[in-house]
Structure formats: C-alpha cells, structure tokens
Design a protein around this ligand. Structure first.
Ligand SMILES: NC(=O)C1=CN([C@@H]2O[C@H](COP(=O)(O)OP(=O)(O)OC[C@H]3O[C@@H](n4cnc5c(N)ncnc54)[C@H](O)[C@@H]3O)[C@@H](O)[C@H]2O)C=CC1
Ligand SMILES: O=C(O)C1=N[C@H](C(=O)O)C[C@H](O)C1
Length: 237
C-alpha cells in the first residue's frame, strides 16, 4: 500500500518502521513544518493515511483526507467533542474512517475484560470503581482516550455509573486519576474497592510497538472499505 503518514512524531516514526517491514511504501510524510502546504492534490494515489498528530490538528487532517477520497486511520486522542462534524462529513463524502483510542491488541482485550467485570459488579454494590492512567509528560490530553473508552465501557455495563470525572466523584461517577511521569508509554488500571478487599486489573504497554502494529494492520484492513470502522470490526470482538 502507498501510505501517507500524517504526524511524524513518536507514533508516526514507530509506524513507519513497521509499515516498511510489512512491505508498504511511505509515499508522503506530513508534519507540522509542511502541514500548511498540503492540499488534496498531494494525496492523489495514496491508498491510506495514518494520522497521529494532536487534538487541535486531527479534525482538519481528516477533512483533507475525506476531500481527497483517501481512507483515514487515526489514533489521535482529545478531539471527540467534534465527532459529530467528522461523522457528518464521512456520510457526505462516502469516506472511510478507522478510529481507535488505543490500537494495541492487548488493550482491546482489556476493554472487553473491563466490560465483563463491570457487568458482574452489578450484583456486588459494596464495590466502588475508579481508574488510574499513567503516561509520559509530553502527553497533551487528560484523561487519556483509552481511559475514556474504559469509562464508557462501564457506563454500558455497570448500572450505577454514568459519567467520569477528574475531580472528586459522586456515586454515579467514575473517578479517573491522570498521572504524568517520565517516558511511560501508557498504563491503565481499573480498581474495585470494598471495605474488605480490592480487585485490580491493569494493562501496561512496554513500548509504542503494540499501538503502531495495530495501526498498520488497521490500515491494511481499512484501505478498501467504506464507512466508520473500529477495532471491533478488525478483531471480531
Ligand atoms: N490510539 C492509539 O493507540 C495511540 C494514540 N496516541 C495519540 O496519538 C497522538 C500522537 O501521539 P505521539 O506520536 O506520541 O505525539 P507526538 O507529539 O510525538 O507527535 C505528533 C506529531 O504531529 C505533528 N503535528 C502537529 N500538528 C500537525 C499537523 N497539523 N499536521 C501534521 N502533523 C502535525 C507534530 O509536529 C508531531 O511530530 C496523540 O493524540 C496521542 O494521544 C498515541 C499513542 C497510541
Ligand atoms: O499519548 C499517548 O502516548 C497515548 N495515547 C493514547 C490515549 O490517550 O489513550 C493511547 C496510549 O495510551 C498512548
């Protein structure tokens, strides 16, 4: 496949290596220095764009790809308040958009485990739940996109929770603590606590390899499809 990398930072560079190893061409690299000069015409002949930038740039990048008719795979977090605008444009332009707050296979298994545990906990009201996410100090958004997806998994399964907060939680809220430390690629913990014990589940990324590998296989999956796609489609979860 001919791939455009939009965002050539920590993720873009890790994705480049994996994509080249899997026999793909990196035909275009867009980063902050050339972003303003790129038009839909520059995306001609590209099979798929992989977008990992930042919350302020992501939506404009998606729009450019939809305009050019190029499928987009994106993992950028922190832009979801604009999601309706993005989904409207996908419909209008018959676009392709594969989004995941976390492309790692392990985290997507963890999402399912979290939902199963949430469902079980409906019968055990003595347990309250909270979350901790830990990331490197360059991360711009808090809480992480992954923590928000985990919280949403609980709203779907655990009847007594319906929103999240970074502040002090009321009974219907899940408290998320967002810690920024060193070079941590990403740790997510869901903790249930009663008067007598704790049940803790944690996913800890050892590097960015898992995120990047997932994004490349998502691109291989998405490039010849239409509409909104997710890890559930890719992994048959
Ligand atoms: N879904 C997932 O599995 C993962 C998501 N992420 C998310 O991906 C995003 C990027 O993460 P990193 O690569 O660690 O960040 P980074 O800061 O290392 O890289 C972002 C790159 O985007 C560039 N950029 C900024 N504005 C741009 C624009 N308008 N057009 C093109 N490039 C532009 C920056 O110059 C930088 O090189 C973040 O939102 C992060 O939360 C990160 C890891 C995994
Ligand atoms: O910014 C990061 O690094 C990461 N961001 C994603 C998130 O916000 O959940 C995924 C991963 O945890 C790494």
């Amino acid at each position: 496949m001919k791939i455009a990398l939009i965002g050539y930072g920590k993720m873009g560079k890790t994705i480049e290596k994996i994509a080249l190893d899997r026999g793909h061409d990196i035909s275009l690299i867009v980063d902050v220095k050339n972003a303003n000069t790129i038009t839909a015409a520059d995306l001609k002949g590209i099979d798929v764009a992989i977008e990992f930038t930042n919350p302020d740039s992501a939506v404009n990048n998606y729009m450019l790809c939809f305009e050019a008719g190029v499928p987009v795979v994106s993992g950028t977090t922190g832009w979801l308040e604009q999601e309706q605008q993005v989904y409207n444009t996908i419909n209008q332009k018959d676009g392709t958009f594969f989004y995941a707050s976390n492309f790692s296979l392990g985290v997507n298994l963890f999402f399912e485990l979290n939902k199963q545990l949430g469902k079980m906990m409906n019968s055990f009201p003595d347990y309250d739940v909270d979350m901790v996410e830990v990331h490197h100090t360059q991360k711009l958004d808090a809480p992480s996109g992954t923590a928000i997806t985990l919280a949403e998994g609980l709203f779907d399964t655990l009847d007594r929770k319906s929103s999240w907060t970074l502040d002090k939680a009321n009974d219907a809220q899940v408290h998320i603590e967002a810690e920024r430390r060193g070079e941590v690629p990403g740790i997510h913990t869901v903790k249930y606590e009663s008067e007598v014990d704790e049940i803790v589940i944690t996913h800890s990324a050892k590097s960015r390899q898992g995120f990047a590998f997932g994004a490349v296989i998502a691109a291989e999956f998405a490039y010849d499809k239409k509409g909104v796609l997710s890890m559930k489609d890719l992994l048959n979860l």
